[in-house]
Design a protein around this ligand. Structure first.
Ligand SMILES: Cc1cc2nc3c(=O)[nH]c(=O)nc-3n(C[C@H](O)[C@H](O)[C@H](O)COP(=O)(O)OP(=O)(O)OC[C@H]3O[C@@H](n4cnc5c(N)ncnc54)[C@H](O)[C@@H]3O)c2cc1C
Length: 462
């Protein structure tokens, strides 16, 4: 049995990190990845001469172990990047996270006064009283006051996610939406005084903040995941690409075989252990015999939001006034200008734009490339950011599991699924999809390491 591999399902950041840790400790490891390349959401898509990214992705962390591992792996290839974000709103550009200065200078005076009073009211009330049922709406009102919440967040969140902030768990606002910059600053001073900056980060309930320096490479984040894959192989692991996992077979609480389809053929691997990084609800549905009813019900309750990406190669050195821009009245909610990330773009003098259209897989835009391209092009022309003639190529690519949707009470369903994996004698689950967590790459990697450590402990016991 010891010669059987540990099978890792998925070769995104979490799966690759788990593979790096296990192979370093001498375990035989096989990664099964559905795509024809590693990296998952961080792996980008190679089209003609360029790599279009989902996002794009930048690397940042204050966790010393992850930072050390990635900087060692990448050496000089890692280049610093200066992120600039603008929100187009009321015909004005606002910086994000919202700054007090922008709010004061760019909103009409009566709105500023109203917003200021509302912020002070909600902020003060929030220090002494909390509602019985917290939602993202109650949290955002506390962070920003009702006026700014209604102006900047309510309609935007509803458009992007398809549900209102009142239908979100408070965890969504707490973990993902930065507070007004002055409040963040106070937080940093407090953490600094407690000497809690630059300590090893915890993955449970991690609150995502862009801290530490930002990095990318001239080929984008995909070069980082490519090197992680090479490291797994160098340390003796195997990566099977174009390998779609379909079944996870078990006897009671022990997984013994993974089934997958590669080149139209169903294949099986007997395994000593398994680390899942696939969407946790989908992995549960692959388990045979099928888990108990309440586990299946919990799996059905978790939902993901999808993204359709439209990538454009544009004959212009740069198109946007910042590296990212957010819009509220267009087909896409966010767009990025890859030349501003220092990417090498072919031909020279051009840039790549990536527009993100959030949707459900039942929406027409999910399956209709022409609709997506036309809508994005029309909106960019309307914004006077480019002309039709400047566009050399347009491509559509997709991410079905872009965002876990933290609906109200999702925590209970997720806890049930995590308990199921905890009870497996030789199984673990990790990563953004595997733990249904709205986290960035560094936390997905850390989760991969942690799952590898927990699995090694389980295997030693059995
Ligand atoms: C638009 C966007 C922008 C982002 N920007 C940043 C950023 O700037 N910085 C940052 O740090 N993070 C960013 N993130 C978050 C980051 O992408 C994720 O945290 C990280 O990539 C998650 O890695 P993972 O391995 O957990 O999941 P994934 O990357 O989703 O990996 C899961 C893997 O499983 C594979 N898979 C799925 N089903 C099967 C199957 N049945 N059989 C075999 N394989 C399968 C998938 O192909 C995939 O490779 C962004 C995310 C999005 C959506």
């Amino acid at each position: 049995m010891k010669h059987q591999p540990i099978v890792i399902l998925g070769a995104g950041c979490a799966g690759l990190a788990a593979g790096m840790r296990l192979t370093k400790r001498g375990y035989p490891v096989t990664l099964l990845e559905r795509a024809d390349h590693v990296g998952g959401l961080a792996g980008g898509v190679r089209i003609n001469s360029n790599t279009y990214e989902y996002g794009p992705h930048t690397f940042h962390t204050t966790d010393p172990e992850i930072l050390n591992d990635i900087t060692t792996l990448m050496g000089d290839a890692l280049v610093p990047y200066n992120r600039t974000i603008k929100i187009k709103f009321l015909d004005n550009y606002f910086k994000f996270p919202l700054s007090m200065r922008d709010v004061l200078l760019k909103l009409p005076l009566p709105t500023v006064i109203h917003a200021g009073l509302s912020f002070l009211w909600h902020f003060s009330i929030g220090t002494i009283w909390r509602p019985k049922v917290e939602t993202s709406e109650t949290v955002l009102r506390r962070y920003y006051g009702n006026v700014l919440y209604e102006l900047f967040f309510k309609t935007y969140i509803t458009a992007v996610w398809g549900i209102t902030p009142a239908e979100f768990s408070p965890a969504f606002a707490r973990e993902r939406i930065p507070r007004m910059n002055i409040l963040e600053l106070l937080d940093k001073i407090r953490l600094g005084a407690q000497n809690r900056l630059n300590r090893s980060v915890k993955t449970d309930g991690y609150v995502e903040k862009v801290e530490g320096n930002l990095y990318t490479t001239r080929q984008g984040f995909s070069l980082i995941t490519q090197r992680m894959g090479e490291q797994v192989i160098k340390q003796g692991g195997t990566i099977e690409l174009n390998a779609t996992v379909t079944r996870i077979r078990r006897n009671d609480n022990r997984v013994h075989t993974i089934e997958y389809v590669q080149d139209g053929t169903t294949k099986r691997i007997e395994c000593r252990g398994v680390i899942n990084t696939l969407p946790i609800n989908e992995a549960i549905m692959m388990i045979e015999p099928i888990p108990e009813d309440d586990v299946v019900q919990a799996a059905r309750a978790l939902k993901f939001r999808a993204l359709v990406f439209v990538g454009l190669l544009v004959r212009k050195e740069r198109v946007l006034p910042s590296s990212f821009m957010y819009f509220r009245q267009h087909s896409f909610n966010r767009i990025s200008d890859l030349a501003q990330f220092g990417f090498e773009i072919i031909p020279a003098g051009c840039t790549l734009l990536v527009a993100e259209i959030s949707c459900d897989v039942t929406d027409r835009v999910w399956n209709d490339d022409d609709l997506a391209k036309q809508a994005v092009l029309d909106d960019l022309i309307e914004e006077k950011l480019l002309t039709r003639e400047e566009v050399i190529e347009m491509h559509v690519f997709r991410a079905q599991h872009a965002y876990p949707i933290y609906t109200l009470h999702y925590e209970q369903h997720l806890a049930r699924l995590l308990r199921f994996f905890d009870q497996l004698a030789n199984g673990e689950t990790a990563g953004r999809q595997g733990r249904f967590a709205y986290i960035n790459t560094h936390i997905a990697m850390k989760m991969g390491y942690e799952a590898a450590e927990r699995l090694m402990q389980k295997l030693e016991k059995s």
